[in-house]
Design a protein around this ligand. Structure first.
Ligand code: ZN
Ligand code: ZN
Length: 578
């Protein structure tokens, strides 16, 4: 070989290796630099957080958003979390070093279209639910947003100068003759615990049919709404007491629980990346072990979601903090934070093979979720829409449903959103019972229960509370079946039937009056499971929210994919030790 060619090759090898060494050197230096800043950050952190709190408090007080103590408490709780979220996102070597090109790319963008086309690639041709069998039924009671208030006090003002009233020591905002009733108040007040106790008794005496297999879905939000002065332990206590009351009552039903955004401290916040909040899952898995069984409780403790199987039926209960737009920790990385979507897909696959019906249950309904998450979840539902026979959610403190639409724009699945047991705010204590076809698990109807508070407050302490069945779904909305196309049919009638519109409005307010007379509003609310599509339906101009600019978007590690797996393993080990 020509010596010049050999020399050229050698030169090339040396150059490329020295170049990669140079790259490595710069990359290392960049990491060192970022680590140094991270180490000295503590002093600056505190100062910046202090300064931001001061400014936010000033704005809150100046704009008279809330009274000073409420502003101060809420801002003091939330500012460090928001600051941490933004800081972890930007003061990260994996963000800074590739940005200034001192290190190679660490992440690759995960495109939404790729996820959707991959999920839907083997979607069956016919996904219409089977015909109803009709030989037997089971029953599902759904209660949500109980929000008991252990500080509720009869006779106090229900129109106070703080966000949560009906407590001692609060000033009246404007004079109102009506005071906090013994059994609750349909204003800015949460529920007295005694009303919840009576609710459980009422389930036992009047709602649960001993001849029917019955499930009780409990979709979270148990702590009161005084979010500006809470703590981890404070938020647990209501859930603990509610669990104890359910256990003592021995209802003879299968209870399926999940947490809401108000179980978190501060409200809405859960850090999936460091898993520093895992104590919350440890606590709830202990609380609910008796109902979930050892193995499922352990799984829930490790992941925040779980599945329970009952022959032809599987319930997937997930912690909706993974898609909560108010969870600032998702700013760091919103990519399937707990691995729920990946796991749910496998669970759906298994159910499809067994021809098993699946129900999803969680606290936050997907229309209120982060849009990229909701779009992926919608695709998952579309792929398995034949198996998913219902979805049960709370959080709205109002009753309605959301239809899931496929790529062809046609409705293919349903989320039933139930109203709250708490009265917060301006609601009557509500819950519902579904009657479900036992073989196919398709809902046949549901009965909506509401408490006539005025009647029982008038009787006072000695009253035995009985919730009224205010309507059943089929009669109320004039349908004979509850398939997605039947429910879509109801929404189309909204434009021509003012009485139907009024019903939706009244029920959305849990029977406390009418809010707005807008057919398009309800049509869009009911027909969409994704926030952006609801906005498009309403005719709004689509704008990116400011969090979308900050968020890194969905991504996959490409420099060292094992790093993520490693993190998951350490997370599991940590939990096993606890
Ligand atoms: Zn709630
Ligand atoms: Zn909620």
């Amino acid at each position: 070989m020509n010596k010049y060619i050999v020399l050229l090759i050698l030169f090339g090898v040396c150059f490329s290796s020295s170049l990669s060494n140079q790259e490595k050197f710069f990359c290392k230096q960049c990491h060192k630099f970022v680590h140094t800043i991270q180490k000295v950050e503590n002093f600056w952190d505190k100062s910046i957080v202090w300064f931001l709190e001061l400014v936010a408090e000033g704005i809150c007080a100046y704009a008279k958003i809330e009274k000073h103590s409420v502003c101060k408490g809420a801002i003091h709780e939330m500012t460090p979390v928001i600051f941490e979220g933004i800081q972890t996102r930007y003061l990260d070597e994996d963000f800074i070093c590739p940005l200034i090109r001192w290190c190679p790319k660490v992440y690759e963008e995960l495109k939404l279209e790729d996820y959707i086309s991959n999920i839907l690639k083997d979607k069956p041709q016919n996904t219409r639910w089977p015909e109803i069998d009709g030989t037997d039924t089971i029953e599902i009671i759904h209660v949500s947003d109980i929000h008991t208030d252990l500080l509720y006090k009869e006779g106090t003002t229900q129109n106070c100068d703080e966000p949560v009233c009906c407590r001692e020591g609060l000033e009246e905002k404007s004079y109102n003759r009506k005071k906090a009733g013994y059994w609750g108040s349909d204003r800015n007040c949460d529920l007295p615990e005694r009303t919840f106790e009576q609710f459980v008794n009422f389930l036992k005496t009047d709602v649960i049919n001993p001849n029917k297999k019955t499930f009780l879905f409990w979709t979270g939000d148990n702590a009161p709404h005084d979010v500006w002065k809470q703590g981890r332990e404070y938020n647990f206590q209501n859930s603990r007491r509610i669990t104890e009351i359910f256990k003592k009552a021995n209802l003879g039903v299968t209870i399926i629980p999940q947490v809401g955004n108000h179980e978190m401290f501060p409200v809405d916040q859960y850090d999936y990346m460091t898993d520093k909040d895992s104590g919350l899952r440890v606590e709830f898995s202990k609380m609910w072990k008796e109902w979930l069984g050892d193995e499922t409780a352990q799984f829930f403790r490790e992941n925040g979601f779980y599945a329970l199987e009952f022959d032809n039926f599987k319930v997937i209960a997930y912690d909706s903090q993974v898609c909560n737009p108010d969870n600032w920790y998702l700013l760091k990385d919103p990519t399937d934070p707990s691995g729920f979507l990946e796991w749910a897909e496998q669970e759906l696959k298994k159910s499809e093979l067994k021809d098993q019906a699946v129900y999803f249950m969680a606290h936050i309904y997907t229309q209120e979720c982060l849009v990229p998450w909701a779009r992926r979840f919608n695709a998952l539902i579309e792929r398995y829409s034949y198996n998913v026979r219902a979805q049960i959610y709370g959080h709205a403190h109002g009753e309605f449903f959301n239809l899931y639409k496929g790529q062809n724009g046609k409705p293919m699945n349903i989320a039933y959103i139930s109203s709250s047991l708490t009265t917060y705010n301006n609601k009557l204590p509500s819950f519902r019972k579904f009657i479900v076809d036992a073989k196919t698990m398709i809902p046949l109807n549901y009965y909506q229960y509401r408490l006539d508070l005025d009647k029982y407050n008038y009787i006072g302490e000695g009253a035995i509370l009985k919730w009224d069945i205010v309507f059943d779904f089929l009669t109320e909305y004039g349908v004979t079946k509850m398939y997605p196309e039947d429910l879509h049919g109801i929404t189309e009638r909204l434009f021509n039937e003012p009485e139907l519109l009024k019903k939706f409005d009244f029920n959305q307010n849990s029977g406390t009056g009418l809010a707005f007379d807008d057919a398009l509003e309800y049509f869009c609310l009911l027909n969409n499971s994704i926030k952006d599509e609801y906005r498009v339906c309403k005719g709004y101009v689509m704008k990116k929210s400011w969090t979308e600019y900050i968020s890194p978007g969905w991504r996959k590690r490409i420099d060292n994919p094992e790093k993520n797996d490693k993190k998951k393993k350490t997370k599991k080990k940590k939990q096993q030790k606890e």
